[in-house]
Design a protein around this ligand. Structure first.
Ligand SMILES: Nc1ncnc2c1ncn2[C@@H]1O[C@H](COP(=O)(O)OP(=O)(O)OP(=O)(O)O)[C@@H](O)[C@H]1O
Ligand SMILES: [Mg+2]
Length: 362
């Protein structure tokens, strides 16, 4: 366990040096580069913990972790971030690196195809570096095993030779920090999960926080916006910062093309209606999923695969993108026999019928 074959490693590192040119498995963001970005690039991504809105408990815990590590002049313990798409995992990982004044190396589970990929990245890490592994749940199990001794003992275990003469060599690594991000904590193996010093869950934001995020982004993008308009957009943003920023930009487009560019609440409502985003932030696919459960499957329970086939969506898309927010709204329930639509969902859709009243699907 946790041992990679040196033979394989060497072979791959040769192939990989060619492959790396075509398809990089990591990207390095240097401290100086980030400094330049600050001046040059207008970005919506908060850079410091103080700019990061919401997630108060997480921020308080993280601040202690950072201050303690800084006080001891040690690299931060490994951090695992999990939460739905667009809630700020990547943003937070950069903030953590900024706060630690560390260099970040960025890779992702699916990009690490060979054991040698990871071994090469790890052996090049400098003291205090942050290695950000996005979609860490999609990392191959054999590659994952290389991480175990690396995370625990800052070591790479290599097997030299073959057969009876094979022996294990342990290569020391510089102390570093892994920040893993995932939307699917349950898909992470427990040995990997256990090696993180802390695991933080990003929750959906409340509407007030989303309103603040919209106002902050509007200010960066030079869009004058009042409280009324920001809260109109906030209510339709699925409590997710990425969606809030996207809707703000779409409302700005609409105001510019259909009006004189000034935003107000009516204009925001009209723009979002035109995008088929309803007052709760549900889009056409959310409504399709709900209507399918109610109309085709008599309110449920219906299995995920059947639901995916009926709505022509991928099961993973429904599970990772649509379902979490519908669950938040209390519109669907997950039962051992499948998904069920709630009374609330039927009321929202205007399908105000009891489950038993509905005709069965063909
Ligand atoms: N707390 C926050 N305050 C302000 N802006 C935020 C916050 N969280 C996220 N954002 C904004 O939302 C966008 C999406 O965040 P981010 O890319 O970090 O999400 P993610 O969790 O990594 O998503 P994915 O799972 O899809 O990778 C960022 O560009 C950032 O501008
Ligand atoms: Mg991300």
């Amino acid at each position: 366990m946790g041992i990679c074959q040196l033979a394989v490693y060497n072979e791959h590192s040769m192939i990989e040096s060619n492959e790396m040119e075509e398809k990089p498995v990591e990207r390095v963001v240097k401290k100086t580069e980030r400094e330049e970005d600050k001046g040059l690039e207008v970005t919506l991504r908060p850079r410091g913990l103080d700019e990061f809105i919401g997630q108060a408990d997480l921020k308080a815990n993280l601040q202690i972790l950072i201050d303690a590590a800084k006080g001891r002049e040690e690299p931060l313990d490994h951090v695992l971030l999990y939460g739905n798409p667009g809630l700020g995992k990547t943003t937070l990982s950069h903030i953590i690196a900024n706060e630690m004044n560390a260099q970040v190396r960025i890779t992702s589970g699916p990009a690490l195809e060979h054991v040698g990929d990871l071994a090469a990245i790890l052996s090049n890490l400098q003291r205090g570096d942050v290695l950000f592994i996005d979609e860490i749940h999609r990392m191959n199990r054999t590659i994952e095993e290389v991480l175990y001794p690396a995370m625990e003992d800052f070591a790479l275990d290599l097997v030299v030779g073959k057969g009876p003469s094979a022996r294990t060599l342990r290569l020391g690594l510089e102390p570093f920090t892994i920040i893993g991000a995932t939307t699917r904590l349950s898909l992470l193996s427990s040995p990997l999960r256990d090696r993180f010093g802390v695991t933080y869950h990003l929750n959906f934001y409340n509407e007030d926080e989303i309103g603040q995020i919209i106002k902050r982004s509007a200010q960066i993008l030079n869009i004058p916006i009042d409280d009324n308009t920001s809260s109109t957009i906030a209510t339709r943003s699925r409590r997710t910062p990425r969606i809030a920023n996207r809707l703000l930009k779409r409302v700005r487009d609409y105001a510019q093309v259909r009006h004189d560019g000034t935003l107000d609440s009516d204009i925001a409502n009209a723009a979002l209606d035109m995008l088929a985003i309803d007052p709760l932030g549900l889009d056409a696919t959310d409504r399709l999923v709900l209507t399918a459960i109610v109309d085709l499957f008599n309110g449920g329970p219906v299995g995920l695969t059947t639901l995916a086939a009926a709505t022509q969506q991928e099961a993973s898309t429904i599970e990772e993108i649509y379902e979490p927010f519908l669950l938040q709204l209390g519109f669907i329930e997950r039962t051992p026999r499948g998904r069920m639509a709630t009374k609330r969902a039927r009321e929202h859709l205007g399908l105000n019928r009891q489950t038993g009243d509905l005709p069965m699907s063909q």
